[in-house]
Design a protein around this ligand. Structure first.
Ligand SMILES: NC(=O)c1ccc[n+]([C@@H]2O[C@H](COP(=O)([O-])OP(=O)(O)OC[C@H]3O[C@@H](n4cnc5c(N)ncnc54)[C@H](O)[C@@H]3O)[C@@H](O)[C@H]2O)c1
Length: 439
């Protein structure tokens, strides 16, 4: 069994490495020559826990390789996965399918022998059918089947998610394609992973519906957190109180500064557009998109308020830049809205992130970049925690207090306890819980 993975990004690289761990021979392809060269030297272009070892071991055993030569890799593959990006198209929020269609054309010219062409990228309903049409149009002779196999892994726990998923969704139309996909996912059958076979379009829609539902859950608890702040109640108790109801479930009920990352923002907007084109209004998802954008835009106000209404001449220390811990992915991160807003309000911003700084430097200007959590705090008038990296969870409170000019902490991830912060002498603001003053 041989797989060609077209697109070696967060999804392609993890999926390729994990399939090779299943014992399959995998060639990962990317048009980014520098990325391929780095992988060839054993350098891992992204931060994802556990990924480096998986790549090194499987490359050493000859099951995993990297190339820029799509033709050779596709020509010998039993299955070709498309895992290229599908970002939001500028202007209208539709998924930009230019990378998918370009990949389809390249694949078409390289197909040889029976091949299953699989979309792993998140693509609007009808895209698989269009890829099939493109390939068929260019290569009427080609022996291939089209499959949709959306990916549900989360950055930061991608390998565990891929190796032990809640489910695998496979949209396929021929028995031959279903059988080949079953062979690819055989190790997951052995651990009794639910494998859901559907049609092409249904598989495509499942991915968007899943992400939009999760984004809705996050936005729901974020709004309940706003209400808790006004009512003097604790959002964590509310989350637990509702989450223990099996119909609701406990996960994704943690408030934050608004969802970000490479998926929820673009996928919610894309689903709204898919529905509009089908003549259906998804008013709930539309509202979620709007609520999240508004939330992110006003998150900096918490710092301004905690600092007494003005940031003119003040310095704010920001810990955490990535959209969540255990990744270096900065796409749509709350820090990209909060930091510019703090600067517009007159603050000098000092910032640190364990993995995100190189990418953050490309996206944010005029920030004082720091080398460590404690170093960031020196001389700052307030500390804002934006991402819940483990190393920020157990900072020495006495040391924080001695480094800050004023004992003001704004915790956007609720990683500290209000009572503990008050007792340690901080003015402490978090989400969905009463703010506290120093005891
Ligand atoms: N990142 C996630 O957590 C996640 C999770 C589930 C699904 N997805 C979906 O998976 C897809 C990929 O996401 P990603 O985060 O891995 O993107 P990414 O931007 O990290 O990677 C995409 C890669 O594809 C390469 N590429 C583009 N066109 C190519 C071509 N014609 N030939 C070869 N390589 C090409 C790019 O150079 C890039 O390295 C998207 O549709 C996304 O929505 C992402």
């Amino acid at each position: 069994m041989r797989i060609a993975m077209v697109g070696t990004g967060y999804v392609g690289l993890v999926s390729g490495a994990c399939f090779s761990e299943f014992g399959i021979e995998v060639v990962c392809i990317d048009k980014d020559e520098e990325k391929i060269a780095r992988l060839g030297r054993g350098e891992i272009p992204i931060y994802e826990p556990g990924l480096a070892a998986l790549i090194v071991n499987n490359a050493r055993d000859g099951r995993l390789s990297f190339t820029g030569d799509l033709r050779a890799a596709v020509g010998t593959a039993d299955a070709v996965f498309i895992a290229v990006g599908t970002p939001s198209r500028r202007g209208d929020g539709h998924a930009d399918l230019s990378y998918v269609y370009a990949a389809a054309r390249e694949i078409a010219s390289a197909l040889a022998g029976y091949t299953v062409v699989v979309t792993k990228s998140t693509v609007p309903v009808g895209t698989g059918r269009e890829v099939q049409r493109i390939i068929r149009g260019m290569r009427p002779d080609a022996d291939f089947d089209m499959v949709s196999n959306p990916e549900f892994l989360r950055e930061g726990s991608a390998i565990g998610d891929f190796m032990r998923p809640d489910r695998v969704v496979i949209g396929a139309e021929s028995e031959r394609a279903r059988e080949l996909m079953q062979r690819i996912y055989r190790p997951l059958y052995l651990i009794e992973t639910p494998i859901l076979f559907t049609g092409l379009e249904t598989a495509e829609l499942i991915k968007y519906a899943a992400n939009s539902f999760l984004a809705t859950k996050v936005s729901f608890i974020n709004e309940i957190a706003d209400l808790c702040e006004k009512l003097g109640t604790d959002v964590h108790d509310v989350s637990r109180g509702i989450g223990l109801d099996g119909r609701i479930g406990r996960k994704f009920l943690h408030p934050g500064p608004g969802y970000g990352g490479s998926c929820f923002p673009k996928d919610t907007v894309a689903l709204v557009r898919i529905a509009q084109e089908a003549g259906v209004r998804l008013s709930i998802v539309e509202t979620v998109v709007e609520a999240n954008a508004t939330r992110k835009a006003r998150m900096a106000e918490k710092v301004i308020e905690a600092c007494g209404g003005s940031l003119a001449g003040k310095t704010v220390a920001v810990l955490g830049l990535t959209f969540k811990p255990n990744t270096d992915d900065m796409r749509e991160s709350a820090s990209l809205e909060v930091i510019p807003a703090l600067k517009r309000a007159g603050a000098v911003v000092r910032a640190f992130d364990p993995e995100g700084v190189p990418e953050a430097k490309r996206l944010l200007e005029g920030v004082v970049w720091c080398e460590s959590a404690y170093g960031t705090l020196e001389g700052a008038d307030a500390l804002a925690i934006l991402t819940e990296w483990n190393e920020f969870r157990a900072l020495d409170l006495k040391r924080i207090k001695s480094l800050l000019k004023a004992p003001v902490v704004i915790d956007y991830r609720n990683i500290y306890r209000p009572e503990e912060m008050a007792a340690a002498g901080f003015r402490y603001t978090s989400l969905g819980r009463p703010s506290v003053e120093p005891e």
